[in-house]
Write a protein that binds this ligand. Structure first.
Ligand SMILES: C[S@@+](CC[C@H](N)C(=O)[O-])C[C@H]1O[C@@H](n2cnc3c(N)ncnc32)[C@H](O)[C@@H]1O
Length: 588
């Protein structure tokens, strides 16, 4: 992120002042802790933010009315191991916070019961799936927007945000908690334009064809449904009890508060280790999902990105600390790792794609998933679960869609996920080695060939490699190509969608080559599309062999300097395939 002077200046100013008030509030509680307990010698509270500053960034420059976003920057050089800031536990918003514990009992439990009853009712109508509540109750979100404890925290935050907005008219626990967290609530962005729940139809359209698209649609639908089917009535009833007899709950404001809370939790929540959470009132079962003021203003990147320079430590019963994991130069942004997640999760969770700072192109790693769906001639039909079962070598193990990917692209569509550039290199190098997801694709292709009940129509030749390549081509056809101009002219969510598509095209292109190599389909003509697989020099830019463009800097043939490759492997391959004869030294 870069520092910006653009955006709506009054909104920027408002948020800046709110963040300053939040800093004062955190300092007050830090000081109080130092006065009250003796532990401060070992774990001193880092009071003044004299080493870092909050600066408005350009993330919202596409829309001048968009909420101003901030990032943390080093005001002076910081040494590895230094503590940058500490957040006293009293300021950490969690279900186990003493001011919020009652709320769980009197309202959140019943809201969650309504949610569970609805899930179970829906499940009974679709008997072929397992009851989604079971996995959900085991702390797994199973493709849902939020897992159980996160959802509970989101509901609490909804009530706090609502109480804060209607001010003094709410009494009791909720009033006290909203007053305590007032400075924090005000420092949150007023809206979340970049989050997938708030993308416009036009922005969503650009995402079409990528692995994120169907996921995003599902998440957006789920948030709406949860509200309509489970939470609205319970929260409204609870609030009605808290208000003065003549006050009415404002349903529109309540729904807005819910959506704001969902976005806050989804993009800013921080998990603290259950065993370590040692506030005096906490029991072993208490969840540790938290919102940590100021700490949640840290922008992030992929786990192993060299830009990440801090981590978070929890000192139970004392505070949460941000510590430098490397030296940070004056003026550098302070960046936290958002964890081992794929670029597609970055898009659906945080609304941006991590990019390499040198090229501005997406960073690819083994986690990035791409879905491969069969061309229309190989359709998935009702009842195909039975056939998937028959594909596993272990007859006791049922091969399910969830074994293939975390992201079903569309309900009822077969798919596979493909990641890891390392796997791609291995597939190209060895006829016999296939990662499990490619094996599943292979099995799917074989299965399509062998089925004789007429569910699918497969044209000749019956060859799994060509079917897999057709699946890849089908996906590529759904995502139009992207040129650099398109990327540089786009901003905000449009840019995010374009980068996401660019990333998936790149991965598919690499895999296309690896698979054509393994199945020896070079130069073959696709039975379904009539196009040739992998023309050796089909593209102007990118590696002459595999055509990948941005996974690394391209190197030219040292002899003729006319042909470019991504690495030694492709160069050797091309040499054998005919470049040896064509190559003329530059000087001759
Ligand atoms: C935990 S918050 C970070 C603080 C946030 N910038 C703010 O103003 O409060 C996460 C959100 O910040 C933005 N963000 C974080 N890291 C980013 C990055 N490297 N590039 C672009 N946006 C980023 C995304 O909108 C994301 O959803």
């Amino acid at each position: 992120m870069t520092v910006s002077s653009s955006g709506n200046s009054s909104l920027v100013e408002e948020r800046r002042r709110a963040i300053e008030r939040c800093i004062d509030w955190v300092e007050t509680y830090g000081r109080q802790r130092m006065e009250e307990d003796g532990s401060h010698h070992d774990y001193p509270h880092v009071l003044k933010l004299d080493r870092i500053e909050f600066v408005t960034t350009t993330s919202s420059d596409s829309d001048k009315n968009a909420a101003p976003m901030v990032g943390l920057f080093a005001k002076e050089s910081i040494r590895k191991g230094d503590t940058l800031v500490t957040i006293p536990e009293a300021c950490v918003l969690s279900e186990s916070h003493p001011l919020l514990m009652d709320l769980a009992r009197v309202c959140i439990d019943s809201a969650m019961k309504a949610f569970r009853d609805n899930l179970t009712t829906q499940w009974k109508q679709k008997s072929n799936t397992r009851n989604p509540w079971n996995s959900f109750a085991n702390e797994q979100s199973q493709g849902r927007v939020l897992c159980l404890d996160e959802l509970r925290l989101a509901l609490q935050l909804t009530l706090l945000v609502y109480a804060h907005r209607v001010k003094a008219s709410i009494g009791g626990t909720l009033g006290d908690a909203a007053t305590h967290f007032k400075s924090y609530l005000e420092a949150l962005p007023p809206s979340y334009e970049s989050l997938i729940f708030n993308w416009t139809d036009e922005e969503m359209e650009l995402l079409k064809g990528t692995a994120c698209h169907a996921v995003a649609l599902r998440l957006r639908r789920e948030v709406e449904e949860n509200w309509e089917q489970s939470f609205a009535s319970v929260l409204e009833e609870y609030l009605q009890q808290q208000l003065q007899p003549n006050d009415k709950v404002d349903s529109t404001l309540l729904k807005e508060s819910y959506f704001h809370a969902i976005c806050s939790i989804y993009s800013r929540m921080h998990s603290l280790d259950a065993a370590n959470f040692a506030s005096t009132t906490v029991t072993a079962e208490t969840n540790t999902r938290t919102l940590c003021p100021l700490l949640d203003m840290l922008n992030g990147d992929k786990e192993y990105s060299p830009r990440c320079n801090v981590h978070v430590l929890h000192y139970p019963g004392i505070h949460v600390a941000v510590q430098a994991t490397r030296d940070i130069a004056k003026g550098d942004e302070v960046i936290f790792s958002y964890g081992q997640i794929s670029s597609q999760v970055f898009v659906t969770k945080f609304g941006f794609v991590p990019v390499a700072s040198t090229t501005g192109k997406p960073l690819i790693d083994g986690l990035d998933v791409v879905h491969v769906v069969p061309p229309p001639k190989l359709v998935w039909e009702e009842g195909d679960e039975r056939r998937w079962k028959s594909l596993t070598s272990d007859k006791n193990k049922v091969l399910e869609r969830r074994h293939l990917t975390e992201f079903p692209p569309e309900d009822g569509t077969p798919f596979a996920f493909m990641g890891s550039p390392i796997d791609m290199a291995k597939v190209r190098g060895s006829e016999s080695w296939r990662p499990v997801y490619l094996n599943n694709l292979h099995l799917y292709a074989l299965f399509s060939l062998s089925n004789d009940d007429g569910a699918e129509v497969v044209v000749e030749p019956f060859e799994p490699g060509s079917i897999i390549l057709d699946m890849i081509d089908y996906r590529l056809d759904q995502m139009p190509t992207i040129d650099d101009d398109l990327v540089s002219n786009a901003s905000g969510n449009k840019k995010t969608a374009i980068l996401c598509r660019m990333l998936e095209r790149e991965i598919l292109t690499m895999w296309r080559h690896a698979i054509a190599k393994q199945y020896e389909c070079y130069g073959e003509t696709s039975p379904t599309t009539g196009k040739k697989y992998l023309p050796l020099r089909g593209q102007k830019e990118g590696c002459a062999v595999c055509q990948t463009a941005f996974s690394g800097p391209l190197k030219s043939c040292t002899r003729c300097k006319a042909v470019f490759y991504c690495g030694r492997g492709c160069q050797k391959e091309d040499w054998k395939a005919g470049h040896k004869e064509a190559c003329k030294p530059v000087s001759s």
